[in-house]
Design a binder for this molecule. Structure first.
Ligand SMILES: *Cc1c(COP(=O)(O)O)cnc(C)c1O
Length: 462
């Protein structure tokens, strides 16, 4: 008799050829390690971590083809063959005309902001990103959030929480005039919203509106392929288009881009700026020499550019994205099964646990997300990070910001961990959840002036 098949699972479109051995630790060792790290997961020694979900940036596993390309890197100071390979790849798959390599995304943001932003300018965007906003501000601009309201609500299940609210943009154009808006900054698969996509329909509307007003669109394309996958899965008319086709269409609706290749493009270091306007390219190519290196290497080794070129192509493979986003979804669903409160819909690069709902008996001043990240590490050696009151920092007058969202981020590196690892992670979150009532908060005992979340130290409340 034929067996009834309930579902067909996705699986990784690769197999393992080399493995990295991990140190296994005891609960006692982890208790000691987290105490020594001041209950801050950023201060742990990576060696003491079993499953590292601190970030998906530069932590990806490269393929055999990327490692092979590494060996063919041309390390010429000027006019490296590897530069032309990278340039050709970006033109072919993303469609931008001119390319300036940089050592990572923030370097591209620095150069672009310096060229396009004048003092007093307004830069609207679909939610801020830390380095992007800082470079806009350093160049004299002011960031204005124009993402839809739904993006700020962790339980709103809008399928495209990365969308722009055009009414918010129109208000800015009316108030400041289009001349003071050098560009609109559009992130694909918005990081700070939890890895949430923008729809093609929304981007098209934005293109039509900005065209009318002569405003550029600059694309933060760090996670464009993950965004394209969500469009394929969720947006009408895209089910039969490939990730590769959708990515090209997204890029065609924008005028230029900054890229952190450490995410989508599956490398450990690298980035670039791309632009369709020759004059901006000319200026960028000149500025990159000041801050990064010659315009044909921009702070990268030839081998890095080779690995990025191969990584870009691999990132656009439908099966790769199916497994990438599929793994995140697998972990999210497991968490939901165990009643662990998470941000919805499940995003593209990680799971965000709602620490306020997880530890409702702690006030925000007792650092629920910081506490939870430390507890999960002690339970299983899984390293996550705080995205709440510690990350939000203080206002210029010294008062704490009290952000609405108090989250613990479980970020998945690409092609690194297995489904069994996902089970261990979810089971650990569930085990901590089961004893949540006995968990005490933290107090801060050391705090640096800037970006305190990296180096702050805590002690357990009695
Ligand atoms: C990581 C990131 C950046 C900055 O890139 P780096 O390579 O870390 O300098 C910019 N934008 C987004 C959305 C990112 O996630």
């Amino acid at each position: 008799m034929a067996r009834k098949i309930i579902k067909r699972s996705w699986a990784e479109p690769y197999r393992m050829k080399m493995v990295e051995l991990l140190k296994m630790t005891t609960r006692e060792q982890r208790n000691k390690a987290i105490k020594e790290a001041g209950y801050n997961t950023f201060l742990l020694h990576a060696e003491d971590v079993y499953i590292d979900l601190l970030t998906d940036s530069g932590t990806n596993a490269m393929s055999d083809r990327q490692w092979s390309a590494f060996m063919t890197g041309d390390e010429a100071y000027a006019g490296s063959k590897s530069y032309y390979i990278l340039e050709d790849t970006i033109k072919k798959y993303y469609g931008y005309k001119y390319v300036v390599p940089t050592h990572q995304g923030r370097a591209a943001e620095n150069i672009l902001s310096k060229i396009l932003i004048k003092k007093g300018d307004i830069v609207p965007g679909n939610m801020y990103f830390t380095t992007t906003r800082l470079h806009q501000e350093l160049a004299g601009g002011t960031f204005q959030d124009i993402i839809i309201d739904e993006a700020h609500d962790p339980y709103n299940e809008h399928p495209f929480k990365g969308n722009v609210d055009l009414a918010k943009l129109e208000k800015l154009v009316k108030k400041y005039g289009a001349k003071r808006i050098p560009y609109v900054c559009i992130a694909t698969n918005v990081n700070m919203a939890g890895g949430q996509p923008i729809s093609m329909a929304n981007l098209k509307e934005l293109r039509a509106y900005t065209k009318k007003h002569g405003i550029r669109i600059i694309h933060d394309m760090t996670r464009v392929a993950e965004n394209a996958f969500f469009i394929q899965q969720r947006e009408k008319g895209y089910a039969n288009k490939s990730v590769r086709q959708i990515v090209k269409e997204i890029c065609s609706l924008t005028d230029g881009a900054t890229m952190s290749a450490k995410k989508d493009a599956l490398v450990n270091i690298g980035g670039f700026m791309a632009i369709n306007d020759w004059d901006i390219f000319e200026e960028a190519r000149n500025l990159v020499v000041v801050f990064e290196g010659l315009h044909t290497y921009g702070g990268l080794a030839g081998r890095d550019m080779e690995a990025i070129a191969v990584g870009i192509v691999e990132s656009l493979d439908d099966n790769h994205q199916k497994a990438r986003v599929g793994q995140v979804e697998y972990l999210g669903k497991k968490m939901i099964e165990y009643d662990v409160p998470i941000v919805k819909p499940i995003g593209g690069h990680g799971i965000f646990v709602d620490a306020k709902a997880f530890l409702p008996h702690l006030t925000q001043d007792q650092f629920p997300a910081q506490t939870l990240a430390a507890e999960i590490y002690v339970d299983s050696g899984v390293r996550t990070m705080e995205r709440g009151i510690v990350s939000a920092g203080r206002k210029p007058n010294g008062e704490n910001y009290y952000p609405k969202l108090e989250l613990v981020r479980f970020t998945l590196p690409r092609r690194v961990y297995t489904q069994a690892h996902m089970d261990v992670i979810a089971e650990s979150a569930a085990a901590v959840y089961d004893r949540r009532k006995s968990i005490k908060g933290l107090k801060i005992v050391y705090e640096p002036k800037y970006l305190r979340f990296f180096q702050a130290r805590f002690e357990k409340l009695k």
